[in-house]
Design a binder for this molecule. Structure first.
Ligand code: GLY
Ligand code: MN
Ligand code: MN
Length: 450
């Protein structure tokens, strides 16, 4: 019997390893859950895994907060975390797993459930239970809430309120209690506070996402040519990202040539690139659930025209101005709504001022009005990772610096985007240091290699 169980576990372990992503150490997920429990005001948190992808069209992607807290990459699970005050003074965490469905496993492959030997150890969560026991647990947590009758607005439960299973679970609870449950509070802002600072293990995965994306852009330098379709370039991007270990692109690749270079999130990628065009390529990969986000702007024939180069240099100058202005603990992203705020720590404003004071459009007007998006955003498990942008960047912050100028009248769009992080000494480090930045570097990289 023992031998059979051990053999079974080997089968599970190997089939799961084949699917496995690279992970931060298991203890780090545990530490995140404990850190979240300290933010629950003595209550409990409930988070569901993302649903199985519909129609087998997209591969499965876990709910980002669920992944951040567990590293678990399967559908049908739920996580409950109880602050000590909610459980007789003792911190508690339970991962609820769906019951195995042997028929479905013919399609999905073998899954681990709560009855699988070694499930708790494998999951790295203190308790693993069947999901059929979740309703009773929620009942216990909610009924035990001494504030429930006294103050119906003082909910003890924090949940991911945008998740359909949460609504269903709360409705079910209300019905079983025969009363209206105090509204649950949103757990996502609490998880966001933790996600805003990346650990060294997360930085290592972000670097791998960046490296795979750098290798991809390097292949593009040599591939881009007049007469080639934007779509074939986007196909090459997919191929190179996956060849370099990514699960997928971290967002729909943007390959915008000529007039399409001025459309910010152009993704039809249906035009044939012409001699004399610029092409904006905003493309990067997701590596073990961590994103990269890189844009380079290429002259399709390998040479910038003087006007294209002028605009390119201004965009690069704006990126460099923001880098130079950076001070850890003081600089913040700002964004288009804060462009009135004259403050050397407002990075968006620094980049905007640079663009607005260099060059002119065809009518002699300053170029600031063509910088039509914010300077950047946080990056992590999400390519647009949640972040409180009123807060300055600190060691462990990871964000993009991506100024752009888009002039439809001239068919010129230029964006340059790098992901940077703040190291332990407060220094800004560019994950894409080794990728060409200047117009000369881009032209050199595009020279045919014989
Ligand atoms: N690739 C999307 C963005 O740059 O925000
Ligand atoms: Mn971006
Ligand atoms: Mn981008």
């Amino acid at each position: 019997m023992r031998r059979t169980l051990a053999a079974l576990f080997v089968v599970f372990a190997s089939s799961l390893t084949a699917l496995a992503l690279e992970s931060v150490p298991t203890g780090e997920y545990h530490a995140r859950r404990v850190a979240l429990s300290a933010q629950l005001n003595g209550g409990a948190a409930l988070i569901f895994a993302a649903d199985e992808a519909a129609l087998d069209f997209d591969p499965y992607r876990q709910d980002e907060d669920f992944y951040y807290l567990t590293g678990w990459n399967e559908p049908g699970a739920a996580l409950v975390i109880e602050a000590p005050a909610a459980n007789n003074g003792k911190y508690r965490e339970i991962l609820f797993l769906p019951t195995r469905n042997l028929r479905l496993e013919k399609y999905t492959g073998i899954k681990l459930d709560a009855a699988t030997p070694g499930a708790t150890q494998r999951a790295g969560v203190d308790e693993v239970r069947p999901i059929t026991e979740l309703p009773a647990e929620l009942d216990r947590i909610t009924v035990g809430d001494s504030t429930h009758n006294l103050n119906p607005t003082a909910a003890r439960l924090y949940a991911a309120l945008d998740e359909p299973h949460t609504t269903a679970a709360l409705d079910m609870l209300s019905a079983s209690l025969g009363s209206h449950l105090p509204p649950a509070k949103d757990v996502r802002p609490l998880v966001m506070q933790l996600r805003m600072t990346k650990s060294p293990a997360e930085l290592a995965l972000l670097r791998k996402a960046g490296d795979a994306s750098i290798a991809t852009h390097r292949a593009l330098f040599q591939a881009i040519k007049p007469g080639l379709s934007e779509r074939s370039i986007s196909g090459l991007i997919d191929y190179k990202l996956k060849e370099n270990g990514c699960e997928r692109p971290s967002y729909a690749s943007i390959v915008g040539s000529g007039p399409n270079s001025t459309t910010l999130h152009y993704s039809a990628n249906s035009r044939t690139m012409q001699d004399g065009d610029l092409v904006v390529i905003d493309a990067a990969g997701e590596y073990s659930m961590y994103a990269s986000d890189i844009t380079r702007t290429y002259p399709v024939n390998g040479h910038f025209t003087p006007r294209q180069r002028e605009i390119y240099d201004i965009v690069l100058g704006a990126q460099n101005a923001a880098r130079k202005a950076f001070v850890a603990g003081k600089s913040y992203m700002g964004g288009t709504l804060m462009r009135e705020r004259n403050d050397p720590h407002n990075l968006d404003k620094v980049a905007f001022d640079y663009i607005n004071s260099h060059g002119k459009d065809l009518h002699g007007e300053p170029l600031g009005k063509y910088f039509i998006h914010g300077l950047g955003h946080s990056v992590g498990i999400g390519v647009h990772d949640p972040y409180d942008y009123s807060k300055p960047f600190l060691p462990g912050s990871v964000f993009t610096i991506e100024p752009g100028i888009y002039i439809p009248e001239e068919g010129i769009g230029v964006r340059i985007e790098d992901v940077v992080y703040v190291d332990a000494n407060g220094k800004l480090i560019d994950f894409q240091d080794s990728l060409p930045h200047t117009a000369d570097e881009v032209e050199t990289a595009m020279k045919p290699v014989h």
